[in-house]
Design a protein around this ligand. Structure first.
Ligand code: NDP
Length: 280
């Protein structure tokens, strides 16, 4: 039984944020441009409040401008659209993020697709999703981008079989596109997949983005698989991933912890995308 390495997303993200802060300093000094990120929060979902607070704090720590807009849950779609459009036109705002989920009476895809694709630092706009799918340069969603960085730092990707569990537009699908681009052989599993453990057994790389606490067991893995756990689940006041971390010890070659794995990379990639938007 060989020891399982911990993929330290927190340390990786901290190095990345340091590099971003240095580039922001240079951009200010040489071109007098301060990258600006606008975050729009509708309603007061407690998890979203925490995410928005952390994003704003880290944006400022990187030397960027953070513009926060807290809007009531009762806001109408037209009013929210007008807010997005005003941010599209604001030259101080280089990146726009509308925190999801939105209240039920608002059509999320209408709002997402109202963001100027050049300011769509979340990479959710249909134009950016299309660019990713067709191999063109655009904004890539932050969570799968962060997962890719961690994977690239851990192993050689070409020819590896990656099994992604989950097919959301935010994580699973863009993750599949990114790994295809890196010449992996990609299998995407979902809730209708039959015999998931047998499919996971074939994987050199497992990316779990399901939202089911500790669903993926160590016994499902091939010896030496690399595991990226995207899941964030709160169980009895404690954060756990979609992977049963303990049972992977000695089987996985390396695994991301929860917390301290993918989560910090998501925010670092958001800052990276905002810097790119400001320099485009
Ligand atoms: P979604 O709920 O949008 O998607 C979940 C996916 O998992 C769906 O494709 C679903 O299949 C699939 N699924 C559900 N149950 C099973 C099952 N029993 N077997 C196989 N597949 C299943 O979630 P997200 O992609 O938005 O998020 C996934 C997880 O990642 C969550 O825990 C979320 O909190 C976390 N997350 C973490 C981030 C971070 O920064 N670390 C960022 C974003 C998300 P189907 O399509 O058939 O319904």
């Amino acid at each position: 039984m060989s020891e399982t390495g911990i993929i330290d997303g927190k340390a990786f993200a901290s190095t990345l944020c340091g590099e971003i802060a240095r580039k922001v300093g240079k951009l200010k000094a040489e071109k007098n441009i301060t990258p600006g990120l606008a975050v729009v929060l509708v309603g007061n979902d407690p998890a979203s409040e925490v995410y928005v607070k952390n994003k704003a704090r880290q944006t400022r720590e990187a030397g960027m401008n953070s513009f926060e807009f807290r809007l009531p849950a009762t806001i109408g779609e037209a009013e929210l659209l007008a807010k997005v459009q005003s941010l599209n036109l604001n030259p101080e705002v280089h990146g726009i993020l509308v925190q999801l989920p939105l209240p039920k009476h608002i059509n999320e895809s209408v709002i997402i697709n109202a963001v100027d694709p050049k300011k769509d630092v979340d990479g959710f706009h249909v134009i950016n999703a299309g660019k990713l799918a067709t191999g063109q340069e655009g904004f890539v969603p932050c969570t799968p981008l962060g997962c890719l960085m961690l994977l690239k730092a851990t192993l050689d990707l070409p020819g590896k079989h990656a099994v992604i569990i989950g097919r959301s537009n935010i994580v699973g699908k863009p993750m599949a596109q990114l790994l295809l681009r890196e010449n992996c052989t990609v299998t995407v599993a979902h809730s209708k997949t039959k015999d998931l453990p047998a499919i996971v057994k074939q994987a050199d790389i497992v990316v779990a983005a399901v939202g089911k606490p500790e669903m993926v067991k160590g016994s499902w893995l091939k010896q030496g698989a690399v595991v990226i756990d995207v899941g964030i689940n709160r169980v009895n006041g404690k954060l756990v991933g979609d992977v049963d971390f303990g049972s992977c010890q000695g089987i996985a070659a390396a695994i991301t912890p929860v917390p301290g794995g993918v989560g910090p990379m998501t925010i670092a990639c958001l800052l990276e995308n905002t810097l790119r938007a400001a320099t485009a």
